[in-house]
Design a protein around this ligand. Sequence first.
Ligand code: XMP
Length: 326
Amino acid sequence: DWTPGNVIADQIALIREQVGDSRVICGLSGGVDSSVAAALVQQAVGDQLTCVFVDHGLLRAGEVEQVERDFVAATGVKLVVMDEKQRFLAALAGHSDPETKRKIIGREFIRAFEQAARDIVADAGDHGGEVKFLVQGTLYPDVVESGGGEGTANIKSHHNVGGLPDDLQFSLVEPLRALFKDEVRAVGRELGVPEVIVARQPFPGPGLGIRIVGEVTAERLEILRAADAIAREELTKAGLDDEIWQCPVVLLADVRSVGVQGDGRTYGHPIVLRPVSSEDAMTADWTRLPYDVLAIISTRITNEVKDVNRVVLDVTSKPPGTIEWE
Ligand code: XMP
């Protein structure tokens, strides 16, 4: 019988068998999947687990604070926060191909986890040995879309599946690999993960890095972060969070169009709103948002965000579009 309780009991037994008394780290992103995976592993092996939050600079406003406030407060898990903004920006410089960007981000995540593992061992002295295992919140759809399922094509390399480097030194612990998002949420609730985390809309591990179409730079990230914060604020204010699966906000960084502001000509970038409705992210439909809400978001973004002079709405279902633009 599929119940969250049975999944938890089975996975705890499997995790204990796999990990033994070794040290384990878990990459925590603040999202549903990694939080539930971490809570599960914590139940299985307690203090052998350290969570690692990699601040790659591709985050939305307020993410690190939210992890500390909500997840750590609820679970008491050990957390290490790594500031890796410069490492990721430097690695991404000069690259605009989507799969290349995804692979770079996947690789740099692992390099950061390796550094965290060395730090943990050094801090502990001789006690406890190497960190041999890395926990990831990989879901079934991530595996399928990265070409990991039988007879499936590689649509895009999810950062924690197809984006992993070949010389990976950790064994992976992926207790959610057979589950869909709604099942993960049920497991998370059963484990007592706070509702503010369990109910969160999905946000991809590569973050804003795959929502800037073109090269990722600090300045472009700042533009996108500002536009994204406005869209999220207005969607929440309008009470639409439950209706929407997620709403990527995308910066077309290599496109400019002519506009007018005051008596002057502008030549700025478009922002794309991509609200979708979905059951499991394998397919999706574009959400028919109220025009009034779209109007407020558009007005605010073009008024408040520098270098953006146009807001457009993506009205493509999946397929043929994917949810993210890259
Ligand atoms: P696509 O764009 O493939 O997205 O339709 C399907 C779902 O997966 C999320 N997504 C990712 N999540 N790492 C993640 O953790 C990734 O590399 C990644 N790529 C896409 C996307 O936000 C959507 O919910």
